[in-house]
Write a protein that binds this ligand. Structure first.
Ligand SMILES: Cc1cc2nc3c(=O)[nH]c(=O)nc-3n(C[C@H](O)[C@H](O)[C@H](O)COP(=O)(O)OP(=O)(O)OC[C@H]3O[C@@H](n4cnc5c(N)ncnc54)[C@H](O)[C@@H]3O)c2cc1C
Ligand code: FES
Length: 282
């Protein structure tokens, strides 16, 4: 906790500079300031008198910060009523970020709002000479996010998967990753053409990616979410069994060799009062 400066632990208000309605339920807000966030980190988004919730940073270029959010409940419904010029409180940035080496060939897998932080990581990694296979998945075409932005980046091969087959591969984005890794097996030198896999999305998608990348002996970094209150290691609400690590400080981006030791990964999570909830399909 002590390594997070007081300045980042306290909320500061930022004006909403731009609003993009991505889909019926999804909006992107651009704020008029940088928090110095790296790809994979999150901020706590505060609406006074309503609530404070964690959101991944969708972009931070040193001048502006973006978040992309789903309108799913009380806080996000209120957030969705904001207009350009309104003030929103942000704390952070918090947590770990994705790590890469210049020139690597990386597969990025995105589900749901995970496309936003995956775009942030894509933009930064191509700037470091990396080449990318980006796999974006959604229920249907109308729910796909960040396609135009990803297509505009150099050195990106974009792959799309939709559950209903309305565009791209019919099925899960994890099927696309599986086929991709099966078709480029580890060479005689013991190296895979894909150096590592980064993913952000629903937990059951991450669980599958953990299994696929472990089977192919390819390192992966996955963004895990738990109910977060303080965001900087104080309250203990985001601790996972049995390791006792706090996902707000040791995560949200976790290397797969640690993920596989988290027994609750892909099985259950705890709500704001510590009650267990099983993941659907676990
Ligand atoms: C590290 C991290 C990054 C996230 N990034 C994004 C993002 O980029 N975009 C986005 O739309 N959502 C993101 N979320 C999820 C987001 O925080 C919740 O969807 C949001 O809090 C819903 O709040 P609500 O009050 O509108 O809904 P509610 O109806 O109150 O909650 C709906 C569900 O959201 C989850 N939730 C609520 N409060 C919290 C909390 N404090 N911490 C964690 N989960 C909570 C719970 O699973 C709950 O069942 C992220 C969560 C985490 C932990
Ligand atoms: S959210 Fe408080 S310790 Fe992680």
């Amino acid at each position: 906790m002590s390594h997070i400066e007081l300045q980042s632990r306290l909320p500061r208000t930022y004006h909403i500079k731009e609003i993009k309605q991505e889909t019926e339920m999804v909006r992107t807000y651009t704020f008029d300031g940088s928090l110095g966030a790296k790809p994979g980190q999150f901020v706590m988004v505060w609406l006074p008198g309503v609530d404070e919730v964690p959101m991944s940073v969708a972009y931070d270029d040193g001048a502006e910060t973006k978040i992309t959010f789903f309108n799913v409940g009380d806080m996000t419904a209120e957030l969705a009523t904001c207009k350009v010029g309104d003030l929103v409180g942000l704390r952070g940035p918090f947590g770990t970020c994705y790590e890469w080496k210049p020139g690597q060939h990386i597969a990025l897998v995105a589900g749901g709002y995970g496309a936003a932080p995956m775009y942030f990581v894509a933009k930064e990694t191509v700037g470091h000479g990396c080449t990318l296979e980006v796999i974006v998945g959604a229920r249907g075409e109308e729910h796909l996010l960040y396609l135009e932005e990803l297509e505009a980046l150099p050195h990106v091969s974009l792959h799309i998967a939709t559950n209903d087959g309305s565009v791209g591969y019919k099925g899960f984005n994890t099927d696309v990753l599986q086929k991709m890794l099966d078709s480029c097996p580890v060479g005689a030198d013991g190296c895979s053409p894909i150096d590592q896999v980064f993913a952000c999305g629903p937990e059951m998608m991450l669980k599958k990616i953990s299994e696929i990348t472990a089977a192919h002996k390819i390192p992966s970094q996955l963004s895990l979410e738990r109910y977060m209150k303080c965001g900087y290691g104080l309250c203990g609400n985001c601790v996972v069994d049995p390791l006792g690590i706090r996902l707000c400080t040791d995560g949200p981006v976790i290397k797969n060799d640690v993920c596989v030791k988290i027994e609750e990964f892909g099985k259950y999570h705890r709500d704001g009062v510590g009650r267990k909830h099983e993941f659907k399909g676990s």
